[in-house]
Design a protein around this ligand. Sequence first.
Ligand SMILES: [Zn+2]
Length: 186
Amino acid sequence: MLRFFAGPMGAGKSTLALQMAYNYRSAGREGVLLTGPSRDGRMSSRLGVAEDAVQITESSDLVGVLMGSSFAVVDEAQFLTPRQVEQLAAVVDRAGVAVDCFGLLTDFRSHLFPGSGRLVELADEVNRLQADVFCWCGAPGLINARIEGGRVARSGAQVQVGDIGSTYRVLCRQHWAYGITEKGRS
Ligand SMILES: [Zn+2]
């Protein structure tokens, strides 16, 4: 299968890409990690994980690069040329390689990257990734707040065992500090 996971910056694409490669290897498969020209030959996530990857340039022949692999995980897939996307599709169809591509769908003007557009046209699956988690106010969600009786809990065991009526909600730092769990509530 050829799959395309598209999302904005900060959606955790590289993290997911590395996770995907890990999963394939755990299943006993061997493959390659590919990344765009901007990444210095490393695929790295904001979580601090990094691996060596083959850097793709406009002239890379992906049929050759994927030779003998059972999977390929491609980060920064927006930098693929349409021709390279066609090469990936051909490798999937002829050799049964699993190819997962991660990248931006559109550029700063909101227009499709050529490679991303070709992926949308040819991929078996196109998935749009969620952006980061946000507080109800729209600010970045920072704290996984524990809510008890409608209030932000300030004390208790770090890990709760069993169902004791608590829920969790992601809040920004400010609304966690003020204990405001939703609009119009304090
Ligand atoms: Zn907030």
